[in-house]
Design a protein around this ligand. Structure first.
Ligand code: NAD
Length: 291
């Protein structure tokens, strides 16, 4: 049993904290939204009135917050309230620069730290089957692994500080680009009179295969569990895909990497969001691409 503080009990953090409780850990939680604190209490999380109360006595602190600025603000409060040696883990998806800044703050406070963003969405968070991609020292990773295993199925150490965020935004840039490619192919197939099932049967077993077609096909029919069969209810909301594509483009700009398809994908998802689709599943972009 480990004493864990969990900061940010939203769509992802709520079920992740609940899984830590299920695994036998003592979890104190805090969120700015009182209703989320009440929901977490119902799953066995001890509600706290602020960050310093939540982290009091904790051996490990986990944050699951929207963006880099929220993480840096929360870590400032956390690191001001915990003794040196307490492990701090951020599971949010944020920019690599903020992740590295958070690690620097922790190092100055004498606390081991890990960036450990996740893949798997809200269903993976609820089922405890998330993939964690972690950045930090081997010692921090070894300490964090048993805690992360209570929330996920696959835990990968990607390298030093920020490497988890780097892996996450590279992976999601592939996803954004590949989904647009698959949508364009289905839209072209429709114009050519090809049935969805015929294109799926060929491409899902040929060189066009990828997660965006095999597991998450953007048209109804071939993959019954994909959001296309449920009026594009997310799933993975287009606004979150846009956030990750923007992070990839910030990173490309900062490092001088050439990512022309990533840039195009970010522009197309920006347009899609402007048309009022941010809350729909990202695979619904096929409707815009049909023209
Ligand atoms: P969310 O908005 O549902 O939850 C974030 C929570 O943080 C909110 O409840 C908010 O009140 C709380 N918060 C903000 N500042 C706070 C503070 N100072 N102290 C305490 N609580 C604070 O978002 P989410 O969907 O849970 O996503 C969290 C992170 O996980 C994001 O970075 C997101 O990109 C990433 N992510 C989300 C998904 C997904 O499918 N939802 C999948 C993978 C990764």
């Amino acid at each position: 049993m480990t004493r864990i503080a969990f900061i940010g009990l939203g769509n992802m953090g709520g079920p992740m904290a609940a899984n830590l409780v299920k695994a036998g850990h003592a979890v104190a939680g805090f969120d700015l939204v009182p209703a989320l604190l009440e929901a977490a209490e119902a799953t066995g999380v001890k509600p706290a009135s602020d960050i310093s109360q939540a982290v009091s006595g904790a051996e490990v602190v986990v944050t699951m917050l929207p963006q880099g600025r929220h993480v840096l603000a929360a870590w400032t409060d956390i690191l001001g309230a915990i003794p040196s040696g307490t492990l701090v883990i951020d599971c949010s998806t944020i920019d690599v620069a903020s992740a590295r800044e958070a690690h620097d703050m922790a190092r100055t406070a004498g606390c081991p730290s890990l960036d450990a963003p996740v893949s798997g969405g809200t269903s993976g968070a609820a089922a405890g089957t998330l993939t964690f991609m972690a950045g930090g020292t081997p010692e921090s990773f070894a300490r964090a692994k048993p805690v992360l295993e209570a929330m996920g199925r696959k835990i990968v150490h990607c390298g030093e500080a920020g490497a988890g965020q780097a892996a996450k935004i590279c992976n999601n840039m592939i996803l954004g680009i590949s989904m647009i490619g698959v949508c364009e192919a289905f839209a072209l197939g429709e114009k050519l009179g090809l049935s969805h099932q015929a294109l799926f049967d060929v491409a899902s077993t040929s060189s066009g295969q990828c997660w965006s077609i095999n597991t998450y096909c953007p048209v109804p029919g071939p993959v019954p569990a994909s959001p296309a069969n449920n009026d594009y209810k997310p799933g993975f909301a287009a606004a979150l895909m846009l956030k990750d594509l923007r992070l990839s483009q910030e990173a490309a700009l900062a490092t001088g990497a050439s990512t022309p398809l990533g840039a195009e994908a970010a522009q197309l998802f920006t347009l899609f969001e402007k048309q009022g689709n941010g809350g729909r599943d990202f695979s619904a972009i096929i409707e815009m691409l049909r023209g």
